[in-house]
Design a protein around this ligand. Sequence first.
Ligand code: ALA
Length: 501
Amino acid sequence: MKWVVLMKITAKTPLSAIWRVKPMNLILQQGGDQEHGLKRTLGPISLTAMGIGAIVGTGIFVLTGVGAAKYAGPGLILSFIIAGIVSGLAALCYAEFASTVPLAGSAYTYSYATLGEVIAWIIGWDLILEYAVGAAAVGIGWSGYFTDLLQGSFGITLPHDLTTSPFSGGIINLPAVLIILIITALLVVGTSESTKVNNVIVAVKLAVIVFFLITGFGHINPANWSPFLPFGNLGVLRGAGIIFFAYIGFDQISTSAEETLNPARDMPIGIIASLLVCTVLYILVTAVLTGLVSYKELDVASPVSHALIIIGMGAAGSIISVGAVCGLTTVLLILLFGQSRIIFSMARDGLLPDFFSRIHPRYRTPYLSTLLVGVVVALVAGLTPIDVVAELTNIGTLAAFVLISFAVIVLRRTQPNLRRTFRVPWVPVLPILSMLGSFALILTLPLITIVRFLVWLALGLLMYFLYSRHNSHLQRDIAMGAVGSDHSDLDDITEIRPRSR
Ligand code: ALA
C-alpha cells in the first residue's frame, strides 16, 4: 500500500512541488490538535527564563576569554554590541513569525509556510548545526568547568584521557557524554518538570553573574582597557563572529510554541525580553572582565573565575565556577529540548521517519526524537574538539537568520492579511539589514568553517531528494487530492493528518 501511494506521489508531483508551501491554516490546524498534541504549560515568565537559560552560557563564560585574548582585546565590548545588534534584528523577525505561526518547529515551520518545502528542509537541516552541534559545544564547555571545579574545590583530578577528545590527545570526553545523557533522560520525563528545574537554575546563573559584576566592579583597573583595540577594527569584527555564539538560543523559545499557553502574545515577549537582558549583561561582564586583568591573561577554559583568582579572590572564583556549571547545564537542556522538537516537527511532516513524531503515552513528550538527539549529541561531544563545533554552530545559526529575515519579507507580500500579534517595524528595511548583518558575520568566520558548512548543506540536499521529498506528507496529500493547488481551497479541509503514530 505504501508503495502504491509513493508511486502516485512521485508520478503526480512535478519537481516544482519542492517549492510548495505548507498552507498556513493547515499548520494552524495541526497546532490546534490538542488531543494528540503536546501539553500546554508555559507562560511568558517561563519563556523568558527559558530564553535566558538558553542564551547565557559557553559564550560569556568561556568564549569571552579567547575572544578578548586572541581577537579583540577590551574591544570585545564592541564585538558584543555588534553581535547583539545582528541578533536583535533577527530576534524581531523571529518574533513576528512566532506570533503568526505558533507551532513547534521554529524557523523550520515558519519557512515551510512561506518559502517552500525544500527551503524549510534546508533550514531544518541548518538548525541541526545550531541546536545539536551547539549542544555538543556547550557539553564540552560544561565538561571543562566541571573538571576545573572538581580539581579546584575538591582536589579530585579526572584522567586526561577521559576528559579530552581523540583530536586533542585523549580518548573520550566522558563528563560531556554523561551530562548530555542525564539531561536527555530529564527531557523524556516531561517539559513541565524540566522547565521548573530550568527556572531555578536560571535564577542561580543570573545571581552569579550579578555577584561577579558587584565583586569585580571595585577592582577594575582602567589601565587594563588600554589599548582598547589591540587587534584593530578587524579584530573587533572577528571577535563578533566568535562570540556570536553567546547570543544563540533566543530563537529556540519559538520551538516550544505548541507547549505555550498563549503563544501569539507570550512568544514575542519571551524572545525580545530575554535577548535584551542578556545583551546588557554581556556588555557589563566583558567591561568588568577586561578591566580586572589584562586581556592577554584571559585565554583559559574558565576566564571569568580565572580573573577573580588572579586578583586574589579565589573563593569568589569558586562561586562563579559553580554558577557556570549550573548555567551551562540549562543551556544544554534548552538546546536539546529545541532540537528534539524540530526533529519531531520534521518527522510529523514526513520529511524524517514517522516514528520520531511519536509522543510518549504517559509523559506526553516526543521521546523518540529526544532520545535520538541525546545519543547523537553525546557522541559528538565526546569525540570532537570545541572550536570545530562552536564555529559550525555559529555559521548554521547565521544562515538560518538570513533565511528567516528573508521569509518575513516574503510572508508580508504573499499573506499580507495574516493575523500578526507582533510586527517587525520598517519592513523591508529591518529584515534586509538583518540579512546583511548575519551574512557579514558569516564572512568573519574561517574559510574551513564555511567549507564544512557547504558540505553539510550538500549532504542535506542529497537526503532531501533521496528520502524526504518522496515521503513528504504535504506532497502525498497534494498527490492524493487532499490538499489543493493553491491556498484558496483549503478552508474545507477537516482531516489533514492521517499520520501513522
Ligand atoms: N548562547 C549559548 C551559549 O553561549 C549557546 O552557550
